[in-house]
Design a protein around this ligand. Structure first.
Ligand code: TZP
Ligand code: MG
Length: 210
């Protein structure tokens, strides 16, 4: 998959009254290089309509588009990939369906990260690092010590997620993360482009002084 640094996930509850497509366009203009549609509440036809709109947007800007949970919708709109949790379809079965598309897997412990790598995941999510209000099936925060473990051991790309804000991202980068994912801090920001640029400045500085 293409290299990436800043991964934004939709979270419409964080920007009431603002159209999701406009919010995600701001995130792309701010430098996000992966956009994920994550909508666990809307009827499937609405999720499909959002996926179509985001596919069009991400193609226009040349950024990667991932659909969370819905493999069929990802295929229907020709998304670049899917993101699956530990309770979704197993990776080997998902791979049979999506072929060479990107598959990302959420992991919460090093055994899950190892398994995802063995199974051929293209990237893993590592989190939630900090407490977050954006995920309902709450797993206890994994803390930055899990980031350190993954950075030391896992060869495929990993992205840190969960409660990451501009004010605490340095801790995550200090633990070895070089890719950051956020929902509320990005989509809920009054200055989405500025927030994304600040995240990227921090990621780039961390990468420059390892
Ligand atoms: N997976 C682990 S934490 C999380 C997901 C989808 C939510 C991240 O949202 P936020 O608002 O950046 O904490
Ligand atoms: Mg899922």
């Amino acid at each position: 998959m293409k290299p990436f640094k800043l991964y934004a996930i939709t979270g419409e509850e964080f920007h009431p009254g603002k159209p999701m497509i406009e919010v995600m366009e701001e995130a792309i203009k701010g430098g996000c290089d992966i956009i994920q549609l994550r909508d666990k509440k809307s009827p499937r036809r609405e999720v499909l309509a959002k996926a179509k709109a985001l596919r069009e947007l991400t193609l226009r800007y040349g950024v990667t588009f991932i659909v969370n949970d819905y493999i069929d919708i990802a295929l229907a709109v020709d998304a670049d990939g899917i993101h699956l949790g530990q309770d979704d379809l197993p990776l080997a079965d998902a791979r049979k369906i999506v072929g060479g598309k990107i598959i990302g897997i959420s992991t919460h412990a090093i055994e899950e990260a190892r398994q995802a790598e063995r199974d051929g995941a293209d990237y893993i999510g590592v989190g939630p690092i900090f407490p977050t209000k954006s995920k309902e099936d709450v797993v206890a925060p994994v803390t930055t010590s899990y980031v350190r473990q993954v950075a030391a051991e896992i060869a495929i790309p990993f992205v840190a997620i969960g409660g990451i804000k501009l004010h605490n991202v340095d801790q995550v980068l200090g633990a070895g993360a070089r890719r950051i994912c956020a929902i509320s801090e990005i989509v809920g920001s009054p200055d989405i482009q500025g927030t994304c640029r600040s995240f990227l400045d921090k990621i780039n500085s961390a990468a420059a002084s390892p």
